[in-house]
Design a binder for this molecule. Structure first.
Ligand code: ZN
Length: 258
């Protein structure tokens, strides 16, 4: 994998348009499919509304968003209602996020958010456009990047360093089980995964996770049995090989690879 854009011959005229062409070409030429490891992913024909790339080996679809500044807490996306419909139908693409260095014309950070991390909890409804706007009343949405657990941000390039392909593929496989959960149940699982990440230890106790009871209550105010729900989710995460039960009330995260 090379990190520099090959299209240096394209005159740097209208900034974002050239950059879009560089980043798309880079993905096409350099990126493997994080789902199946196929060495190439292909662009969709122009004007396909759903996604930008497809793996012809496993049919996994990808959308690309690129910018020169680091991604912040949220990213602006399309129509709120369309997003909700896609989540309900589970036909949203995986999301590639690319940060580039404009002066070096090369990739700084490149990571993928697998589509199974897209749940209602990370989609923020924006205010309708003002009556004076061309599309008055239109409602867009934000993707709340800071609400996605680390396990849902799989880096292929981090800070200019290429990550080993084996590690990328292993990280992807590790959370694929989420696809088998329906979207409502997935939200809870992902929230508990986030709490476990916030505990920040390889081995932890049930009480460490119970400390986040208040946080979960604020996300799910109608749930009266948050502790019970936490125990259930930990059980699912164990059954899916995400963590192990060491002894009663004591857990250990599985290592990244394997
Ligand atoms: Zn593939």
């Amino acid at each position: 994998m090379k990190l520099g854009f090959e299209e240096a011959q394209i005159a740097y005229s209208s900034g974002s348009q050239s950059a879009r062409s560089w980043t798309e070409t880079w993905v096409r030429d350099q990126v493997f499919c994080p789902n199946c490891g196929h060495t190439k992913i292909n662009p969709f024909p122009a004007n396909t509304p759903v996604a930008d790339f497809i793996c012809i080996s496993c049919n996994e679809e990808y959308e690309l968003k690129s910018q020169k500044t680091k991604f912040g807490n949220k990213i602006t996306d399309g129509a709120f209602r369309t997003m909700c419909e896609r989540l309900a139908a589970s036909n949203n693409p995986n999301l590639f996020l690319l940060n580039y260095d404009l002066t070096q014309r090369s990739v700084r950070d490149f990571f993928v958010v697998p589509k199974h991390f897209f749940v209602r909890e990370i989609i923020q409804e924006r205010k309708p456009l003002a009556v004076t706007a061309r599309r008055a009343g239109w409602i867009g949405c934000n993707i709340l990047l800071n609400q996605i657990p680390d396990s849902g941000k799989i880096f292929i390039v981090r800070g200019g360093n290429i990550q080993p392909k084996d590690l990328v593929l292993a990280q992807w496989q590790k959370t694929l089980f989420l696809r088998e959960e329906e979207v409502g149940a997935r939200g809870w699982l992902i929230e508990v995964m986030k709490c476990v990440e916030l505990v920040g230890k390889l081995e932890f106790d049930l009480d460490d996770v119970y400390n986040f009871e208040g946080r979960l209550k604020s996300i799910y105010p109608n749930n009266m049995h948050v502790k019970q729900k936490i125990r259930q989710q930990l059980q699912v995460l164990r059954d899916r090989g995400y963590l192990d039960f060491v002894s009663r009330g004591h857990y250990r995260l599985r290592s990244q690879v394997g």
